[in-house]
Design a protein around this ligand. Sequence first.
Ligand code: ADP
Length: 433
Amino acid sequence: MTTATAPKEWLLDEENELRIEIDFGTKVKLRLVTGTAEVFGTELAQKIDYEFSGRKIAVFTWHGCKLLVTGHCSVEYIANETPMVSYLNMHLALEQRRLLATQNKGQGPRVLIVGPNDVGKTSLSKMLLSYALRQSRQPTYVDLDCSEGSITMPGCLTATPLTEMIDAEEGFGSSATSAPTAGSAVMPLAYYFGFPSPKDNVKLYNLLVSRLAHSVNRRLEEDETARSSGIIIDTNGLIDSTGYEVIAHCIKAFAVDVIVVLGHERLYSDMTRLHKKAGVAVIKLAKSGGVVERDPAFRRHTQNQKIREYFYGTSKNELAPYSTMINYHDMEILRVGEGSLAPSSALPIGEDRKVSETHVVKVEPGEHLLHSVLAVSNADKMTEPEILETNLAGFVYISEIHDARKKMTVLSPCPGRIPKKFWWLGSLKWAED
Ligand code: ADP
């Protein structure tokens, strides 16, 4: 870690933002001295140090402020042109729908945010959720971006009913699926996809989206406040023909009534042509000039940090994971869609690719599992397709393999025996540092 340098003072006029990038392994402290400021919608308190590492953030002020930044930022500048007014207007339009829904005891807006990679979809989701929370709403955040995993782990599709403000430093955090996440008093719903892109297994992805939508709808039926607060759905940046197929499926599954297209004219025009009809609004918003393209190395770092936080927590909220020795015969390792990797001609006669894409296969334990992160299913039986649609209990990390003794050592956030037998293997690996 670099040692702290002298604090640097920044004076921001109204509707300006300070954009900073902090490398991994570097810590930067941010303090709001006077005025008001927010990080992706979460208001900062005055005279408190917020710490950031490995992040690219914007500190925006509606009315002007003075900030102190201590530590080394790889990029730091003030921008006076931002799309924040249009984002706020978007929120106000959603708020109108929420008001109506509250009066009718009905359903609040179901918003789908689409666009290519790195246009600010996750940041806009956070802002719209935070603004809703600031107005005492309880919106549900649905994260369909399996490459990132804002909640829990990469490879998951999740839904979280939010009740508390999103943490400025940690975002949604990286909570265990068996515990409430930051910003929520309720457990997130998580289903395991296991691949970085919907393209890797479209049939499974769509199946899980339907399953997640079904579970979210059931929760909302029972909770009037959450129902009228609506849903914000963050998506993966896939916008080719497969992406369109996945988007169309998601619109249907979640009964989306507002589509927000970020920073892509053609996508906006296509979404309008394909989906704009009575009751479905398609809205175009500009990409912020501050959104940073993340290269594969940065994404990998973020993913590692996410996995690390799941087991060890953050500097603010440390966790101590448990190491447990498990016999091979005490669990069953599963993988989905093995057949999809084989050419169609290699599939058994009569079995088409679509079926094999959601076929569950057993995986023999062995050295190849070392450093894998596996998702522990809540399922008690291996019946298809039910097991695919069962949500997750949490994750384990395989730190050692003792093949000769038919045992492995796993790291888990909970002590003792892992109570669930079926573990999903995806493509997630982690070299613990
Ligand atoms: P997407 O979800 O479309 O891939 P993100 O919202 O994750 O895009 O944004 C990409 C990166 O840019 C993230 O690291 C995010 O923190 C950063 N970012 C977004 N908006 C801004 C901004 N206004 N100023 C600085 N960084 C930003």
